[in-house]
Structures are given as C-alpha cells and as structure tokens.
Design a protein around this ligand. Structure first.
Ligand code: ADP
Ligand code: MG
Length: 228
C-alpha cells in the first residue's frame, strides 16, 4: 500500500488520489503573487494541526516575521505552532552568505531534531542562488533529494514560473521533481485570475484539467474551472 500525504489545500487531494506520495518532492511553480507561499503554508500548518506531522518551513524570500504576519491573516498561527514544537520556520536569509551546502545541513539538522515529515523550501530559486557553480548544485540537490527520500520527508519546493513550461529552467527537475504543479496568474476580462494545473505526478492518476485558485479569508483553495 502506498502512503498518501494530505496536502492541506482544500479541493486538491481529490484530484490526486487522496494526496501526495510520502517522501516525494513537489515542485510548485508560479508567477509572483500566484499563491505559492500561501499554498506551502497550508501544507506545513495543516499537516501539523490536522495530521500530527511536524514540518519545517525554510523561507528565503520573505523574512520569518513578515511570513508569520501575512499568514496570520488567514488564521495560520505559525508562532504558536512553533512554540508548541509542531513546526519550525527557518529564516535562511540570515545565512545566505554561507552557501548552499551549509543551508542543506541547516535544514537537515532541523528536520532530524524535530523528526519532521514535511518540508517547504520557499523558494528553491533563491535557495539555489547561494551556489554559483551549476555542476556543484546538481550534485548537492541530488544528494539532498536522496536524503529526503530516505527519511520519508514530503517536500514542497517553490519556484518562479519560466516562459515555456517544458522545463523549469533549474537544471535539476528531471531528477528531483516527483511532481510538478503550476499556478499561473493572468489577467482576463480586467481581472487577475490564477489557474492550477498538475503537470506531472509520478505514480498517480491525477487530474489533467485546469482548476481555479481562490484566495480568500481562510486561505487558498482549488475549485473547478467551470465556476470561474
Ligand atoms: N488577506 C488576504 N486576502 C485575500 N487575498 C490575499 C490576502 N493576502 C494575500 N492575498 C493574495 O495572495 C497573493 C500573495 O500570495 P503568495 O502566496 O504570497 O504568492 P507567491 O508566494 O506566489 O508570490 C497576493 O498577491 C494577494 O493576491
Ligand atoms: Mg512567495
């Protein structure tokens, strides 16, 4: 029996046979403002509160304080969950100068210490920018991916949407992405709309349709496209 991990995002699990596969790495690609950080917060916070799975949220783009303030608007009290030891927010901006392998060590230590089963890296683009040498970062990511699998840690890594979606432009997606999900924002009829698509999910008979992303008071949800 394969083990499925609930995503914590309303409307999503039913599109992917009940959830992500345990230990998978999911690349979440999207434009700026498309909801990547909110989506990732659902995964970590609901994982802790509803599934009893501890999680680590490594933030590179927003500092921990801003992230917590913004997510509190949706009812996610990250500060409180941190105090309880259910989640940990790693503010990696602070150690950006120390390079990618130090960041990987830092994350793995936090996962190990907490026995966490969920990880978010927001964003992978910023995370990789700590390493200038492409050859080195491919090697490090390969190793990192293998360790995450070994410890059964399900991970979401966000990245900016590139033009032409055949590749995410990272140079590592062919071996680290068990799944690729995109959030695409466009202006239609004078309104900003975001659509959701599962482009790939290994081992899963997933939805192949576009769905709509709705961000409201209590966070982000995926709804059928026909309701747009
Ligand atoms: N309190 C809120 N209520 C409704 N929508 C919000 C709220 N806060 C943020 N948003 C929407 O979410 C977007 C930011 O989502 P975020 O997950 O940070 O995007 P990304 O990480 O992809 O850049 C904002 O641009 C806005 O459209
Ligand atoms: Mg973000």
């Amino acid at each position: 029996m394969v083990e499925r991990v609930r995503s914590g995002v309303e409307g999503l699990d039913r599109l992917v046979e009940g959830g992500f596969l345990k230990g998978d790495v999911i690349l979440l690609a999207g434009n700026t403002g498309s909801g990547k950080t909110i989506f990732s917060t659902h995964f970590i916070c609901r994982g802790a509160t509803e599934q009893g799975e501890k999680g680590v949220f490594a933030t590179f783009e927003e500092n921990a304080e801003t992230l917590k303030r913004n997510m509190l608007r949706f009812g996610f009290d990250m500060e409180k969950l941190e105090r309880k030891g259910s989640i940990k927010v790693l503010d990696l901006e602070a150690i950006k100068g120390s390079g990618m392998s130090a960041n990987i060590d830092f994350i793995l230590n936090a996962l190990k210490e907490m026995e966490a089963k969920r990880l978010v890296i927001d964003s992978l683009t910023a995370f990789l920018s700590a390493c200038q040498v492409k050859f080195e970062y491919r090697m490090l990511m390969h190793l990192f991916y293998k360790i995450l699998k070994k410890i059964d840690c399900t991970s979401i890594m966000t990245c900016s949407i590139p033009t032409g979606l055949d590749t995410l432009g990272l140079g590592i997606e062919e071996f680290i992405a068990d799944s690729v999900i995109t959030l695409e924002s466009t202006v239609r009829e004078g309104q900003l709309k975001t659509r959701f698509l599962i482009r790939k999910m290994r081992g899963t008979n997933h939805s192949r349709k576009y769905h709509e992303v709705v961000i409201a008071k209590n966070g982000l949800k995926i709804v059928p496209f026909s309701m747009m």
